[in-house]
Design a protein. Structure first.
Length: 242
């Protein structure tokens, strides 16, 4: 027997927190009855419905996508734009992206139907390194980059980097290539931080998520994560829980 919200998360319906909200809102039925108690446990023979749709417990799957620029980090888009699941048309499971990359940002994006796994990786307290390479308009100084590590309050939201370093500069074009490591994943965070310093980001790529890199891949490529890669990500997150 497992808690209902955990079963929903493993089935890829939503994260455990979102599943709890759905239960409290009366959107979940067990054996035909609406259940609103978060402590409810279900077994393999129980019939679970979420918003009228029977819950089918899928085998967990894990994928890596080299997300191109100009693609939405979602499973659907009401404007008809290309979404990340368009690059995995043969996957039958209900996968969803782990976090997101902005429309105009490329790089490492993980997709899964395992809500618990996704929630584990996305929580900032679990301190999973997310490595970004940014091309900035203008060349930030070492002192300015230090302010990113100290943290900035932008539009009432506190943001900080774990590491920042200028990798190269082009004085003629007045541009720089900067490496930035985050543990957070706030909306447009890298761009907002550099905008706050006065150095707009021209191009942005996430090169690494935990131990996962884009080695041997081109934009638009995808592949299943290997079992040891899933294990490494899970262990890294669990070891860093504060």
């Amino acid at each position: 027997m497992e808690r209902l919200q955990k079963v929903m998360a493993h089935a890829g319906v939503a994260s455990r927190r979102k599943a709890e909200e759905m239960i409290k809102q009366g959107k979940v039925k067990v054996n035909g009855d609406v259940v609103k108690e978060l402590g409810t446990k279900v077994g393999p023979n129980d019939d679970v419905e979420v918003e009228g749709v029977p819950l089918v417990k899928e085998v967990p799957v894990y994928y890596l996508l080299y997300k191109p620029r100009g693609v939405i980090s979602s499973v659907k888009d009401d404007k008809g734009r290309k979404v990340v699941t368009d690059y995995l048309p043969e996957v039958e499971e209900r996968i969803f992206p782990v976090g997101r990359l902005d429309y105009d940002t490329s790089g490492v994006l993980l997709l899964t139907n395992d809500g618990e796994f996704a929630n584990l990786l996305m929580h900032p307290s679990h301190e999973i390194d997310k490595v970004y390479i940014a091309k900035t308009k203008g060349i930030p100084t070492a002192e300015e980059l230090k302010s990113l590590k100290k943290g900035l309050t932008i539009d009432g939201e506190y943001m900080k980097a774990v590491h920042s370093k200028v990798m190269s500069t082009d004085s003629k074009k007045n541009t720089a290539i900067v490496k930035l490591i985050l543990h957070e994943g706030k909306n447009r965070q890298v761009r907002k931080m550099f905008d706050a310093l006065g150095y707009p980001v021209d191009k942005l790529k996430r090169e690494r998520f935990g131990s996962i890199t884009l080695q041997g891949m081109n934009a638009g490529d995808c592949r299943p994560l290997k079992p040891h890669e899933v294990k490494q990500l899970r262990q890294a997150a669990e070891e860093n829980v504060k």
